[in-house]
Design a protein around this ligand. Structure first.
Ligand SMILES: [Zn+2]
Length: 194
């Protein structure tokens, strides 16, 4: 069986399992989309939003890119943000990074990886901004701290964004969170509490 056939078979089994657990599962999902959370995370295959949060389809609106960046001119991310805030009216925007992020680490070691260097340049700018702190660290510690800094800075970009600022001005119930995920134990940590 080729790989796509295997995927379709896997999907069919999943669909059947959902229906046997809850016969109205798909009908209620089709009827409306009212997620409470917007997740802005890394594209890394090991960090899937719904599975980590243990939430079913319908609960999380998701945007993922390499190294979970929120760039002021990225119309893909901004369109997701606007739709989530103004149409879906999510209550929580979660920027989630992860330790051992390949994008963050690539930006620290330098070298060239082609087109993606331009995207990772945003993290390189941040590593220069935090050079005093980062130069005291090395290896895994340095990478881990840079991953945390990146999440905090991207969440700050969300807060500074006009879509979010306007929503808060209107009195919309909206909160921005900075989380980081550990591949080693599968746990999330709230960086805003540290
Ligand atoms: Zn990553």
């Amino acid at each position: 069986m080729n790989e796509i056939k295997q995927l379709l078979e896997s999907n069919r089994k999943w669909s059947e399992a959902q229906k046997s657990n809850d016969p109205s599962f798909f009908e209620s999902l089709v009827a409306r989309q009212t997620p409470r959370y917007l997740w802005i995370g890394c594209s890394d295959s090991r960090v899937p939003a719904n599975q980590i949060l243990n939430l079913p389809p319908g609960d999380v609106f998701v945007h993922r890119n390499v190294a979970n960046l929120v760039i002021h001119t990225d119309f893909n991310c901004l369109s997701v943000l606007q739709y989530a805030v103004e149409v879906l009216k999510v209550k929580h925007i979660i920027v989630c990074g992860h330790y051992g992020c390949g994008g963050v680490e690539a930006s620290l070691v330098g070298g060239t990886k082609g087109l993606i260097d331009n995207w990772l340049g945003h993290i390189r700018d941040l590593s220069q901004k935090y050079d005093d702190e980062l130069s005291q660290l090395s290896g895994e510690q340095k990478s881990a701290r840079m991953c945390e800094i990146n999440v905090l800075e991207q969440a700050e970009n969300v807060r500074r964004n006009s879509i979010v600022k306007e929503a808060l001005k209107r009195g919309q119930d909206l909160h921005v969170h900075s989380l980081i995920y550990s591949l080693k134990n599968g746990l999330l940590k709230d960086l805003s509490q540290h």
